[in-house]
Design a protein around this ligand. Structure first.
Ligand SMILES: [Zn+2]
Length: 282
């Protein structure tokens, strides 16, 4: 049995539309895996959306089947209010043609924030796209439609740089109306994380908790203990776990994350797919 999102399709869209436009608060919906929709001051930002079955199809006949655990929360073309989207890296669950193409068709002039090192690969994967690309590197800050992004190096499982020193894997610190969110993308713990994040005093961190396990034969991520410890060490106002309950072979219970957050006295919140969280200043 697939997990049913708390709000799905038209019910989710109604919740998105009805969420207040007050600028001092931000609404956040978990769309599954590392996908989130943010709404602030009536403007939208979509993070790493994976709203298709492309990964499951891609690996169906391999020795690494990616069996979906949670139903698709909404069809990408229904998110026709979105003007800006991010992709933290080129892996299919963070850069999905079957999500980005229909999203772009529904949103004229859609803008994509992505690591500069991945732009050529992205263009090859979206040959006919009208999407406007906004490349970014670690430590660099750019503004797109009033959303401010600062790139943070991610290690998946190493911090990988091309010959120009540009990271293939990034996370983003995102700012709007005085609120600061960190969306890490896929990363394991590395020495650059605390110095990059601590000065920003994030109101909310969205962190993977599926960990690294050799038998899965994938690069892996922070585990629950590390995600909780990272939030605590960088004085996050609130931390939400993600990157679980999407594929059966690569999921994790959030229990360890919750236990360590409680032990560290770190404010945390578990979301379910299709659910809304509203954050203000900490
Ligand atoms: Zn991933």
């Amino acid at each position: 049995m697939l997990i049913k999102p708390v709000l799905q399709n038209s019910a989710l869209l109604a919740d998105i539309m009805n969420a207040s436009n007050g600028g001092d608060r931000m609404h956040v919906w978990w769309l599954g895996q590392s996908g989130f929709l943010l709404k602030c001051g009536g403007e939208y930002l979509l993070l790493d959306p994976y709203l298709s079955d492309s990964v499951t199809k891609k690996y169906a006949k391999t020795d690494k089947p990616h069996v979906r655990m949670t139903e698709i929360v909404v069809a990408p073309e229904k998110l026709n209010m979105v003007r800006v989207v991010t992709s933290s890296h080129q892996h299919q669950d963070h850069f999905d043609e079957e999500t980005l193409n229909p999203l772009s068709k529904a949103n004229n002039g859609l803008q994509l924030v992505l690591p500069e090192a991945t732009v050529d690969a992205a263009r090859k994967r979206l040959p006919d796209t009208k999407i406007v690309f906004h490349p970014i590197n670690d430590t660099q800050t750019i503004s797109v439609e009033g959303w401010e992004f600062t790139g943070v190096a991610a290690a998946h499982p190493e911090v990988e740089r091309d010959e120009l020193g540009r990271c293939s894997f990034l996370g983003f610190i995102i700012r709007r109306n005085g609120l600061t969110i960190y969306h890490s993308g896929d990363t394991v713990w590395h020495d650059g994380l605390i110095p990059s994040l601590l000065p920003h005093q994030c109101d909310l961190m969205l962190l993977p908790i599926n960990g690294q396990k050799a038998e899965r034969r994938v690069p892996g991520n922070l585990n629950g203990t590390e995600a909780a410890a990272l939030a605590k060490a960088t004085q996050a106002g609130l931390v939400v776990p993600c990157h679980y309950e999407m594929f059966k072979f690569n999921t994790e219970s959030p229990d360890e994350f919750v236990k360590v957050c409680e032990r560290l006295d770190q404010r945390h919140h578990l979301m379910r797919c299709g659910q809304r969280l509203t954050v203000g200043k900490k």
